[in-house]
Design a protein around this ligand. Structure first.
Ligand SMILES: Nc1ncnc2c1ncn2[C@@H]1O[C@H](COP(=O)(O)OP(=O)(O)OP(=O)(O)O)[C@@H](O)[C@H]1O
Ligand SMILES: [Mg+2]
Length: 439
């Protein structure tokens, strides 16, 4: 059932229940009013008969019967019986009712005239009252059916009118495809709920468009980064193959190829890690990892890759309690974050060394990666975490601009914090705070 039918049906149900409630109470009060009014009329007839019986001395039953038969006030199928104190029947004008279907009503009461007590029993059929009630029943039933019909139709029309803007949004939204992400929904009066929905949807589209744009730029940057070393490799091989070379030249070629291939494999590893760090935490293999151990293992890897680099690790606090050194995280990703920070510090400083200061607090672990290198120009500080961005003063050194953005993603993934302080020509300090989250 769609919303329109649902609304129309609910509206119809409300109107019908109101009408039913109103009809039932009207019917109930009319019925009880009729019954009590008819009882009064029967009582009046009874008292008139007793009055005649006692007031008029000469009257006898036959005469009274014929008077009663003529009276305008007589009731349909009326039967009146009067008993004296000793329960003897003193008057009766019983008429045999042949019609069994009619509802005869009876009313009995005590009545005293001139100190004489009478018991009067009157029964009759309230023809007009019952007819009225029957008519009322028909009117109410027809009214109820009409109310149901009219309320369903009006409910259907009104909900159609109210939902029209939503149908419009649906039609417009169908136009939006991957290649037409710049299309936006009409924001109408910018105030009502539907306009708010369009505005929110448009904001989502803005973000999506931006995201797609970034992804497109990322892919083109990534392929450019991969193409450059590949072109260089091809060029080197082609030039070398032009004529026969001596062993020294071949060794030189292989060394340069090895360098390019190392660069390529680093880029592709970084890209893979970036893809991994951008996925949902739930999809990652997380376990309890010792941060101090990861710091040492990444230092080892760094020195193996770059034997000229120096990395000093200093512990400001080193708790006895092992759990204060442990966080719940992804081992290879954290290791690669530490590696990137240490590599940057050494790569961008003349002394090729980094100082890492480790501090374990109650709730988190703080790590500072300090160098006395070229620093980062102030106006470029915010950009260096963007994938592929490299500061102007660093472009003469090798790199693809992926390491820091990957590091930031990894830290964010572990609900941590990264803060970069740098002064051009003086050095850089990168602070990492990793909260101790346990499984
Ligand atoms: N310790 C540092 N000192 C000076 N500049 C830095 C430092 N760390 C990062 N930067 C700047 O930030 C930029 C981005 O760093 P990032 O690690 O992402 O890329 P990269 O080092 O150029 O390449 P790679 O992908 O190989 O790491 C660098 O190009 C450099 O300009
Ligand atoms: Mg780097």
């Amino acid at each position: 059932m769609n919303i329109r039918q649902n609304l129309a049906l609910k509206f119809c149900l409300i109107v019908a229940s109101l009408f039913l409630l109103f009809g039932l109470s009207l019917f109930y009060f009319s019925s009880s009013y009729r019954a009590s009014e008819f009882a009064i009329r029967m009582k009046n007839r009874g008292t008139t008969v007793v009055n005649l019986l006692t007031d008029v001395k000469q009257i006898d039953n036959n005469l009274l019967n014929s008077i009663n038969a003529d009276t305008k006030n007589a009731l349909f199928n009326e039967t009146i019986s009067v008993f004296d104190q000793n329960n003897n029947l003193v008057y009766s004008d019983t008429k045999d009712s042949t019609n069994n279907k009619i509802e005869i009503e009876t009313c009995s009461f005590q009545y005293s005239v001139n100190d004489k007590q009478f018991k009067v029993v009157v029964s009759a059929f309230d023809k007009y009252g019952q007819d009225n009630i029957r008519n009322l029943k028909i009117i109410l039933t027809v009214g109820l059916l009409l109310a149901v019909l009219v309320s369903y139709v009006t409910g259907w029309l009104f909900s159609g009118l109210a939902l029209h803007p939503i149908s419009k949004i649906i039609t417009d939204a169908k136009e939006i495809t991957m290649s037409k992400l710049n299309v936006r929904l009409n924001e109408g009066n910018k105030k009502d709920e539907i306009a708010q929905l369009s505005i929110t949807f448009n904001k989502v589209l803005d973000r999506l468009e931006k995201g797609f744009e970034m992804q497109r730029a990322f892919v083109s940057n990534a392929s450019h980064e991969l193409r450059t070393p590949l072109t260089s490799i091809t060029g080197h091989i082609e030039v070398t193959l032009k004529k026969e070379r001596n062993t020294k030249e071949y060794i030189e070629l292989l060394e340069s190829l090895l360098n390019d291939i190392k660069g390529l494999s680093k880029i592709s590893n970084n890209l893979l890690d970036l893809a991994l760090a951008t996925t949902d935490v739930g999809a990652l293999k997380l376990r309890n990892v010792r941060i101090d151990e990861l710091l040492f293992s990444s230092r080892e890897k760094l020195l193996k890759n770059f034997p000229a680099y120096k990395a000093n690790i200093a512990f400001l606090t080193f708790p006895e309690d092992e759990s204060r050194l442990t966080i719940f995280g992804n081992e290879p990703l954290i290791e690669s974050a530490f590696f990137n920070l240490m590599e940057n510090a050494c790569k961008y400083s003349d002394n090729m060394s980094v100082d890492v200061v480790f501090m374990a607090n109650e709730e988190d672990i703080e790590l500072r990666f300090k160098d006395k290198g070229i620093g980062i120009p102030k106006n470029e500080l915010s950009k260096i975490v963007e994938p592929f961005y490299r500061a102007t003063n660093a472009r003469s050194l090798p790199g693809s601009g992926l390491g820091l953005s990957l590091t930031q993603k990894i830290i964010e993934l572990h609900k941590g914090l990264i803060q970069i302080n740098s002064e051009e020509g003086m050095g850089t300090e990168i602070l990492i705070i990793l909260p101790i989250i346990r499984a």
